[in-house]
Each structure stands twice: as structure tokens, then as C-alpha cells.
Design a protein around this ligand. Sequence first.
Ligand SMILES: *Cc1c(COP(=O)(O)O)cnc(C)c1O
Length: 227
Amino acid sequence: MNDVAARLAAVETAIAEAARRHGRDAAAVRLVAVSKRQPAAALRAAHAAGQRRFGENYLQEAQAKQEALADLDLEWHFIGVIQGNKTAAIAERFDWVHTVDRARIATRLNDQRPAGRAPLKVLLQVNISGEASKGGVLPAELPALVAQVRGLPQLDLRGLMALPAPHADPAAQRAAFAAVARLARECGPGLDELSIGTSDDFASAIAEGATLVRLGTAVFGPRPAAA
Ligand SMILES: *Cc1c(COP(=O)(O)O)cnc(C)c1O
């Protein structure tokens, strides 16, 4: 598991380097370690190396790790597709949800966030590349969803999330991320968080204003095959 510590250190350096190159404060870019399909021991090793923020895609898998790691002070980010019958557990178990993309799901999360807790921090996922197969609200429908979510007291709307179609070319990567940043400005104020960038394109995302980068492979190495 020293592997995880070494990878994490390299990732932190690369994030800081990208921030510096683009005139940004490295402290303004936070790492969400994407731990899907990784065993609890890998998260524990990352925590021992200083990582607190973890992103999970699948509720049941996340729940098992949350129980195994209940002794640690971790911040949990839900970054997967949200099924309507899973919203109660997501509202109870997560600190952030990155993948809100429709009013019905937002309303359920709001209604199911336990009353004594701080409002759930949410990001709206935008389908920035217009891919039919991907989740996310279409840009044209974003302003209406923003208005609706702002009216939900148990949700704290913080910004936007996107997972653009993969591009090898950094200019194309940056163009897609820049479009997300522009949408956040157009729907602002208050949409200050941009959850953009994965292991393959985080430097481009940082260039365009990423505040949360979601890195899996770069932190943990290749994911084990699905069970
Ligand atoms: C898996 C996943 C990531 C991380 O991908 P890597 O290429 O391993 O960095 C980021 N965001 C989402 C939504 C994911 O599902």
C-alpha cells in the first residue's frame, strides 16, 4: 500500500504544478480520490497518507466501505448515476453529491436529508458533450434546474460537474471544460465549484478552473475488474 502513498504524492505534485502553470492557487484545487472497485484497505492507505475526500459510484459498494472505515474522519462524495430508490441512503451517507441532473432526484434528496444535518452539498451534472448515453442535464435546461434546486433548503447548491467525452488533444479537453466554466458563470453567482477532470485530463481541467478533480487510476493504480 506504499504504492498509494507514492502515487498520491505524485498526484499532489502534478496538481500543484498544473495550478502554478495556469496562475492558480494550488490550494483552490481539491482532490477527490475516486475509489470505486478499490478495497477498503486502499482507502485506508490513502487516508494514512493524508487523503480525506473519497468519491464512490455505487451505493452498496460505498456503504460497505463506509462501515469498514467508520473509525476514520472521511468526506464522502457520490459521483455515480443516482437511482430514485437510492436517494434516501445517499442523502444520509454522503457529504457531497456530484451527479444531480433532474428535479425529481433533487427533491427526493432534499426531502430525505436528515433534519439535524447540514444541507447536502450538491453539484449539477451537465451533459456538456451532448452524448445520449451520458447522464447530465442539457445546457439549455440547466437554468431551470438551478432555480429549482435553489429553492430546496436541505440542498446546498455549490456548482457544476461534468465528464466530457474523452479527447487526447489538450485543446479539445480545455474547450469542453471551458464550456462548463462558462455555464457556471452564466447561472451564477454561487456556482463556485467545478468538479471537472479525471486522471487523463486533470491538467486541462485545472487550466479552466477546476476546484474538485476526480482522480481514480492516478491515485490507486488500475482498478480491479468488476466482481
Ligand atoms: C471513475 C470515475 C472517475 C475517475 O476516473 P480515472 O480515469 O480513474 O481517474 C472520475 N469521475 C467519474 C464520474 C468516474 O466514474
